[in-house]
Design a protein around this ligand. Sequence first.
Ligand code: ZN
Length: 379
Amino acid sequence: MNVSFDIPVKLVDKVEILLERVPYLSESILGITYCKDKQVVELILNEIGMNSGQLNELRESYQDLCSSLENTRVIKERVVKSNLIPVNRKQWEFNENKYEYPCFMDEYDITLMEGLDSEFTKIAINHGAVKREYPSVLSKHNMTRNQYHIHFPQNIFGVTSVPHEYEAINNFRNKTQTESYDESFKYNGDILQPCICYHCYEELQGMTLLEGKILTGKGKCFRHEIEWRKDNFRRNEFSMREIVIIGQESMVVDMRNQILENVWGLFESFGLKGRISTATDPFFFSQDLKTKGTYQMMSNAKYELLVTTSNGKEVSIASFNYCQDMLCSKYEIKGRDEVALHSGCVAFGIDRWKEALIDVHGREFNKWNEIDIMRGILL
Ligand SMILES: [Zn+2]
């Protein structure tokens, strides 16, 4: 079943943001297409279980979303690096074939991932970073500080468990044999980490730092993606490395910008095509954008490295974030003057880099060494 919604005239310059958000209106949406000439968004809906009442609800949610966007100021995108010949972007093409990810990575994938991560780690170490390893779960206390779950509820996965009580354990076991056991799980507020950096802030929470601190860590991260938007690049589970910079404003901004230059160099040396731009929509349903002055800050807050794949899609494979004193205030990390420090982070989606390399070079290289040789030739 298809349904078309008009795009209000006021949202003509915010179409990308609208299209990004529409899939989250309902789980019944199986795909969307954007008809530019008619200025409508067409929704492909699940035939089963969508009655007229639910359709009306969907229409209302859509209108609600549209009016909230009318009042949102959009940060104008600014391209800071590009090696692209202008092409038609096909970000919103609906793919009917359900994507199934391979259930394992083979030696070739693993070698690429290890090689890529060692490049990212080298960049981190060159900037004075020290290595860390953290658990995969963020506690409720940590979430209360970082508020990711408030900004991005659509992305999170909670962790549940069976309570250690005789009754509860038996009850759970019995239910597994007869009916659904979903409600026998208990939730204590743990979230599977969507990124690494909140652990770094937690580590330094409440501290007074006499000089800047740079940490780097890698781990599996988890995001609840929309089923039909999943592909080789967009997954529920992926490996991420982050470099977290905490210090005085100029140190953080300068280092973020230097790392951006290093990463662009690495990207080009791999023969990849793409661009680095400011992100237009750093927060989803964010409260923070309403704060006075935040808008100016946001325009310099987030740069994204977008690779263009062989079929013309753009995929974000790294981000370079500057958070001002927002996170250090929340975690009470201060400088010698007892004022909250500034911070930033650089995040690499290692699986996405790996997919981008395979997209361009195929699976012909047997060893990371050969990519090194290729880089030598390109450089
Ligand atoms: Zn981060």
